[in-house]
Design a protein around this ligand. Sequence first.
Ligand SMILES: *Cc1c(COP(=O)(O)O)cnc(C)c1O
Length: 387
Amino acid sequence: MAARPIYMDYHATTPTDPRVVEAMLPYFTERFGNAGSIDHVYGAEAADAVKVARKQVAHIINAPAPEDIIFTSGATESNNIAILGVAEQYAGKGDHVITCATEHKAVLDTCKHLAATGKDVTVLPVDEYGIVDLEALESSITDRTVLISIMTANNEIGTIAPVAEIGKIAHDHGVLFHTDAAQAVGHIPMDVERIGIDLLSISGHKIYGPKGIGALYIRRRNPKVKLSPVVFGGGQERGYRSGTLNVPGIVGLGTAMEIAEKEMAEEEVRFRAWTTEMLEAFREAYPSVLLNGHPTQRLAHNLNVCLPGVESKALIHLLKDELSISSGSACTTTSVEPSHVLLSIGRTVKEAHSSVRFGLGRDIIDRQMQSCIESVILNISHIQKIK
Ligand SMILES: *Cc1c(COP(=O)(O)O)cnc(C)c1O
């Protein structure tokens, strides 16, 4: 069998860590119990496993208690539960929600739905690095504002938002703060207490856990956050997310968090060195290269560059047997639409179509990095020659 290409699209998804798979396996077979049926040992051992996982998830974001965490099917569902839940629950207080232009579609389209049902939605622009203007944010708050939803780290350009400042602004005005932290938790330190986060979305498969599992942190004190449920049924997860718990997935998510907590500091140093080296090599070979995103306030394992004059689809196609990279987020790669994130930071449509995203991850070794850099540079020059 031919060697598989090097995978460098870790923002789209990550492989499940073998240690996570191992922890999950017994919960498909001998420990298959329903965590809600605790009258017997089968249910009780499933409930115990969920309890451990809830603690592991709470710990990595410094949530005061495991009960602050509910399990969902992923960050998409967590974002929906948070945004729709606040909008309905606090409708008596106000009807205004604030977000920003570079959010994931799971936030933007949920807010679009709110707007279609008569709510007032402000979508703030971002600067050339993908950061919202804090003064514009503060002045967009009215006495009808109930929620600010701004992501912690961007899935395309890796920009990290000034979340502590945003949390402070929100709380100074008595507004709740939700953050989509699917790309942040397990990659950078997160602390819901220090940052002042009221609601936080997590995805399993962005951090070496399985797909189809996620979590939502819901603050229970200072202030106590209440949500109107969007899913009804058996009342699991404090009534916020009915449905039989995905015990193997939950065990996987918890294990993934425990591993990430131990390993993320070391990984960050390694990834930062590689992305820095890669950008320098590209600059040397192709001086007109532009970095998409913030030069320093960025995820260490992200590099998103614009190569003016090089069509990203052509480059990705030429590289396909050696390297799996993407031109943007998974949701936009099947369409010809340019990335809304790249347009928001001021890239032209042409520049957006000349951008590629590298997402590094746990399984990459130095030799693969070197071969990736060489292949990209070689294929850029191929493209230039045939033009
Ligand atoms: C992947 C991703 C999501 C969606 O998460 P799922 O768990 O796949 O539903 C939401 N927001 C961001 C920033 C993401 O990267």
